[in-house]
Write a protein of this length. Structure first.
Length: 117
């Protein structure tokens, strides 16, 4: 089992930055790829970014490329999502997930990000 706890969401104005954190624990989570997903009201959940624990290789959705950065701190067992130049369309619940793509087996409870115009 892998446990994931997100934090760092909030209400911000457009253009500012926010950093989300995902603390991981449990067995062998370093074997997985860690991903961030988001779900806006009335929309399907969508992929945002992912990183592999071992190599640190990163992946991004086109909609966030150049604005968001995913990173990991192996010593703290934590994955981060740095979100810059936030837009109202980034408003969503953001979820941290762990798995072997395309399957993500473990999910956090989510953290709300609201961007006002």
């Amino acid at each position: 089992q892998v446990q994931l706890v997100e934090s760092g969401g909030g209400l911000v104005q457009a253009g500012v930055s926010l950093r989300l954190s995902c603390a991981a624990s449990g067995r062998s989570f370093t074997m997985y790829r860690m991903g961030w997903f988001r779900q806006a009201p009335g929309k399907e959940r969508e992929f945002v970014a992912a990183i592999s624990w071992s190599l640190g290789r990163t992946y991004y959705a086109d909609s966030v490329k150049g604005r968001f950065t995913i990173s990991r701190d192996n010593a703290k067992n934590t994955v981060y999502l740095q979100m810059n130049s936030l837009k109202p369309e980034d408003t969503a619940i953001y979820y941290c997930a762990a798995g072997r793509p395309p399957q993500y087996d473990y999910w956090g409870q989510g953290t709300q990000v609201t961007v006002s115009s």
